[in-house]
Ligand binder design. Structure first.
Ligand SMILES: [Zn+2]
Ligand SMILES: [Zn+2]
Length: 178
């Protein structure tokens, strides 16, 4: 009699098992990837001292930037930022700020972790209502692709941003697309 609940559990498991253990693995993977699609990751620096809590909905403004400043900031050939309304992002931890003239005009305020050096987010003085979050800091491979690619005048030749992307030789507000 006491074995009944155990039997039910076992039956449930067998249902997944009926078409082979690799299928069960597949279903678990699917479950996990669906979960990740609906629950987008928060962003954080390498050491975790600076974290950003983000809305569930991914940003609709995702920008790949090939300017020299982004290349130096990231150490990578280009930077990718997801822009959110500043008031929907919660920032935890203390970051340091590095401000300089932005290639697109105005100033850019970069915020990085003083312990590990990762830049987690930045703000543009020309777009004061928005905060740009470093897409790599989300460690979320399912995060949507960039929709705008700017400063392609300094893009590395081998870098190709495909899909429904608007391409600009400089910054998008200047409308100087190639
Ligand atoms: Zn850190
Ligand atoms: Zn840039």
């Amino acid at each position: 009699m006491n074995l009944e609940p155990h039997k039910v559990r076992s039956d449930r498991f067998d249902r997944y098992r009926s078409d082979g253990p690799s299928s069960l693995r597949g279903k678990l993977c699917l479950l996990r990837s669906n979960w990740r699609i609906f629950r987008m990751a928060d962003a954080r620096c390498s050491c975790g001292a600076v974290t950003l809590s983000l809305p569930k909905e991914p940003s609709k403004i995702i920008v790949a930037c090939h300017c020299i400043d982004c290349q130096r900031r990231t150490g990578a050939p280009f930077g990718v930022g997801a822009y959110y309304p500043a008031d929907v992002v919660t920032i935890s931890g203390t970051s340091k700020e590095f401000t300089h003239a932005a290639a697109s005009g105005g100033k850019i305020h970069n915020y990085f972790c003083p312990q590990c050096g990762s830049t987690v987010y930045w703000k543009l003085s020309n777009l004061p209502a928005l905060i740009a979050v470093a897409v790599g800091a989300m460690a979320e491979p399912k995060y949507p692709a960039p929709v705008i690619s700017v400063f392609e005048q300094s893009k590395h030749d081998w870098v190709q941003i495909d899909g429904a992307v608007e391409h600009f030789r400089q910054s998008s507000p200047k409308k100087n697309s190639n």
